[in-house]
Design a protein around this ligand. Structure first.
Ligand code: ADP
Ligand code: MG
Length: 336
């Protein structure tokens, strides 16, 4: 009897030890310079070591996608497309071909405001080197900005350009794709609470364990300041701004979001934010709203029931799409 009791006690103590030992639940996070910006992962996991392993898996995925889709890498599949697709159809592979097709679909949706062939002119800008196309180059190559010059064959996963000189660049959609894929990896591995961010694109998985995540929209003209804070969960949010990559010359800001109809940087807005269920869409739509301007941009978003937008114009005025309630404070622009 006494012996049995001792055995039971040993067993119970062993169990308590087992239960309390390996479970160090924690928020885990890290950030890396990738894709010409910063990619970061922040997640909650019951097992910290496993959380760190999954964080690495997201970075690995970002590296893989960048190697496929970066025009800065000669070895990437998209560089191969840009080199040869005007001569013959180039096998791009299912993943790249389908993202290019999604980009073309968004061009139709936005009436050409979003157009990956902006790169036909975009390749002549180098913001770090303060380089921009000459007027002659601009005049000659502007006509090559036209998404209808790109054909994707879904069966063979190949891409063809209908004119010599056409170039494509997925910079307006690839970061959204990275964060969407990153969150997929986490979700499939049982993670319930996370944020994956690449530059101005974030995808939230769940909430901050009972509270929403607080997401800040940058003040477009005050470095490091937040203009607007939003409580969000289970959504994607993307901001496109004229402050990410630019140089100034004679009082003109040459930045990285190109108006396809002119081949020059889009004017009129300082930043456009889009919120919705899918980061590929919010990424492409934030670029599109930036190009379209306040009126047409908000009209586009009004036609997409799952998506909302916040626009800050060149005077610093803030505009909200219909589904968002502006803050009831003096900061709101419109008088009641
Ligand atoms: P970021 O997060 O770098 O600010 P954005 O989502 O604002 O990215 O997109 C800007 C990028 O999109 C540019 O750096 C360029 O690669 C690409 N881009 C610029 N103009 C257009 C356009 N009209 N349509 C599609 N992509 C564009
Ligand atoms: Mg974008």
């Amino acid at each position: 009897m006494k012996h049995n009791a001792r055995k039971l006690l040993t067993l119970a103590m062993g169990l308590i030890f087992l239960i309390s030992m390996p479970c160090s639940a924690a928020w885990v996070g890290d950030a890396r310079p990738l894709m010409g910006t910063e990619v970061s992962v922040y997640l909650w996991h019951e097992d910290e070591a496993e959380g760190r392993r999954l964080t690495e898996a997201v970075f690995d995925e970002a590296v893989r996608i960048d190697e496929l889709m970066s025009t800065y890498k000669d070895s990437s599949q998209i560089s191969e497309v840009n080199r040869n697709a005007a001569n013959a159809a180039v096998i791009a592979g299912a993943e790249l071909a389908s993202l290019i097709q999604r980009a073309l679909d968004i061009s139709v949706l936005t009436r050409g405001a979003f157009d990956i062939t902006y790169e036909s002119v975009g390749q002549h800008y180098d913001f770090g080197e303060r380089r921009r196309p000459s007027d002659d180059t601009l005049a000659a190559e502007r006509v090559l900005i036209d998404y209808r010059l790109v054909e994707v064959d879904r069966v063979s996963s190949s891409v063809r350009f209908l004119k010599q000189g056409v170039r494509i660049n997925l910079g307006g959609i690839a970061k959204g794709y990275v964060v969407e894929r990153g969150v997929d990896i986490l979700r499939r591995n049982g993670v319930l609470h996370a944020i994956v961010t690449a530059g101005g694109d974030s995808r939230l998985l769940g909430d901050r364990r009972g509270r929403p995540f607080m997401i800040g929209i940058r003040d477009p003209r005050q470095d490091g300041e937040v203009a607007i804070r939003l409580p969000l969960e289970e959504e994607a949010i993307s901001t496109s701004g004229d402050y990410e990559r630019f140089f100034e010359e004679d009082g003109v800001r040459y930045h990285h979001i190109i108006q396809p109809s002119t081949g020059e940087p889009a004017a009129g807005i300082h930043s456009a934010t889009v919120i919705g269920p899918d980061a590929v869409m919010t990424d492409a739509l934030s670029t599109s709203v930036f190009v379209m301007g306040v009126d047409l941009g908000l009209k586009l978003i009004a036609g997409l029931p799952d998506y909302e937008s916040i626009v800050i114009d060149a005077q610093g005025r803030v505009y909200y799409s219909d589904g968002l309630t502006p803050p009831a404070s003096p900061a709101a622009n419109d008088p009641p």
